[in-house]
Design a protein around this ligand. Structure first.
Ligand code: ADP
Ligand code: MG
Length: 364
């Protein structure tokens, strides 16, 4: 890895935002990742270099950008104003919900329980009514999350799955939450702006009337392997990991009819095989407002990923037609490489946010 990339920043510093060249970003991050640099850090580095700024790389995630005598530090894509405290709020789902609720945003009814509070958890689940969700208070990428639980048996199985993860952390808790029907959206918020919005489609395949689900997964994984973001998250090809396929009474040998989409998993994380589809231009401005308010609701937060569960994001946001399900402290640059739709320059947007604060002169 080269220690210093030194392209001088023009002193006037008012050059136009460079046009996004996704192929160039993809090529750059691939080379950097081969040197051990993280994708997020490589994306930020590319944004800085393409603006002619002086960049110094300190390690695989840590980078400084020099501009007008100031040194802006970034860990991955989290810059100078990203606070450790805001990360603590995001890392515990229970605290995130509390902040969101205080700010008047819609959240799913939920409560966190210690591992010795199973009875209370059952009583709470009865109180909110089926279906419910069980998940670790503090985990990511869909790990330990069980959705759409309808009975006590299911609740116990889900509890054990979450408890396994929770038990590794002192004071770890399990969350029982109301299951919310809707599509899953990720908004990438920078300052007071949504710079990207994607629908996260649960891991799925589309039938052609000839191939089995197993074969369709293999073919789809070959396509995912070419995506700079998704290649690290292939769709699993074992039935025990494909909860939605099982719940539909299907298996890997099933041959779906032409054009039929078969959902394989309940969670829509890209890390669990989901697809990201750009929806920036169809998202109603009121949903963008919700996302900006959600980031502001977390103390010390300047940018982040906001997850929404909603039936229709092209309609106006009402308290009853969506929930804010999560706020991510360090969202991945998935919107740069959507499976469908327009790529969005999230790295450039984060960098521009900080450049606008240098000397107070630069437009965001
Ligand atoms: N209350 C809920 N209702 C419906 N789906 C949910 C609910 N909570 C989580 N999910 C689904 O499960 C996924 C993972 O849950 P999440 O709480 O975001 O955990 P993680 O931090 O692991 O991503 C979400 O992206 C969403 O698709
Ligand atoms: Mg999530």
């Amino acid at each position: 890895m080269s220690a210093v990339q030194s392209t001088k920043h023009d002193a006037a510093g008012h050059e136009a935002e460079p046009a996004l060249d996704v192929a160039a970003v993809a090529d750059f991050v691939r080379r950097r990742e081969a040197e051990g640099v993280t994708l997020k850090s490589a994306v930020l580095e590319h944004a800085a270099l393409s603006r002619g700024l002086t960049v110094r790389r300190w390690d695989e995630t840590l980078l400084t950008v020099e501009v007008e005598g100031e040194v802006l530090p970034f860990v991955n894509m989290n810059g100078p104003s990203a606070s450790v405290a805001s990360r603590a709020f995001c890392d515990q789902k229970q605290l995130t919900s509390a902040c969101l609720e205080r700010a008047g945003l819609s959240v799913a009814s939920s409560r966190a329980f210690g591992l010795d509070q199973q009875r209370d958890a059952i009583a709470f689940a009865h109180g909110i009514g089926a279906p419910v969700v069980v998940k670790p208070n503090s985990a990511a990428r869909g790990r330990g999350v069980t959705l759409d639980i309808h009975d006590l048996d299911g609740l116990w199985r889900a509890w054990r799955v979450a408890a396994k993860i929770v038990a590794k952390r002192p004071g770890g808790r399990v969350i029982v939450e109301q299951y919310v029907v809707g599509d899953d959206y990720r908004c990438f918020v920078v300052g007071d702006r949504v710079v990207a919005a994607t629908r996260r489609v649960r891991a799925s395949v589309v039938g052609n009337g000839r191939d089995s689900v197993a074969r369709l997964i293999a073919v789809k994984n070959r396509v995912r392997a070419k995506n700079p973001y998704l290649f690290r998250y292939p769709i699993p090809d074992e039935l025990h990991e494909l909860d939605a396929l099982r719940h539909a009474g299907l298996d890997l040998e099933h041959v779906p009819p032409p054009g039929q989409r078969v959902t394989l998993r309940g969670t829509s994380n890209l890390a669990t095989g989901g697809d990201n589809v750009d929806v920036m231009d169809v998202m109603h401005p009121s949903f963008q407002e919700v996302a900006v308010r959600a980031v502001r609701a977390i103390p010390g937060m300047a940018y982040g990923g906001v997850d929404l569960l909603a039936r229709d994001i092209s309609a106006a946001a009402e308290p009853t037609n969506h929930v804010v399900s999560e706020v991510e402290y360090a969202p991945g640059p998935g919107p740069l490489f959507p499976v469908e739709g327009t790529p969005r320059d999230v790295g450039g947007a984060v960098l521009a946010f900080y450049l606008a604060r240098v000397g107070g002169a630069r437009p965001a």
